[in-house]
Ligand binder design. Sequence first.
Ligand code: MRU
Length: 320
Amino acid sequence: MRTIDWVDGAVELIDQTVLPDQLTVLRITTVADLIAAIQSLAVRGAPALGVAGAFGVAVAAREFAGDPDGLARAVRAVEVARPTAVNLARGVRRAAARLDDGFEAVLAEACAVRDEEIAASEAMAMRGADLLTELCGERPRVLTHCNTGGLATVVGGTALAVVFELHRRGALAGVIASETRPLLQGARLTGWELARAGIDFRVAVDSAGPFLLARGEADAVILGADRICANGDVVNKVGSYSHALGAQRAGVPFLVVAPESTVDPDTPDGAAVEIEDRGAAEVTPYSAAVNPAFDITPHDLVTAIITDRRIVRLDRGEKL
Ligand code: MRU
């Protein structure tokens, strides 16, 4: 089952706001509904956002046919619906570059974005599983953060695809999924995907991660990225940085798995990235709150970045 696809003239996507309680598919035919789905996190995760953005241009091309100003505004609105994951703006720009060639050309480009992400997931799974085994031995136990499975891509995933592949090889000894406050992508979504795959796992509160690593309960941290900067800084779900510090202190690898579509050579470092603040309501009804949806793990805490095309060993001084 694909998390997002173009089906009979509409975008269809799994509504991730109601998982794991309900498996519901949203059928989207307007730009406003697509933006609402992106901003509510009905569709989320960097690669899936790239696909959503590209399909969003196809939706806009049809909805605003004959209205060039309205079309330009709609495309821009999709592009900036969320600021942090580079994939969204990239997917939009790729599809929008075909607007002069008509709707079918835009849709073909969006389908290419989708298909490339599917292929990338497979490549990352293999390469990441090989590296984890090389670094951690035959049956590693891993700690992962947020959701990086098929729900964050189209099928498969990034870091979680590596976990699935290790399980398929009989080479996985355990998974800790950190719950991922405040929207619980780890507890709700990663838990749902791992359970469906028949993989045993335990959920931990985010703040337990560094302590669990110190106590020797995982052999590696493996997670995804929303943007990888030119200097190797990794922007990912808030909480990633704490896990990186914990991994360094415990002496275990900190591995980042992301497609090349998440690597952004135009962003020099993490300080140049807009970190989405999602407002107080997701955190507490009792006071003002600061709610950064992402954080920045400095490149010197990252052991390796695994993409669909390469492994970059930052711990050995390799550059992106
Ligand atoms: O706010 P979200 O749920 O879109 O954040 C998602 C993440 O931070 C993921 O870890 C990242 O996009 C990698 S997904 C393969």
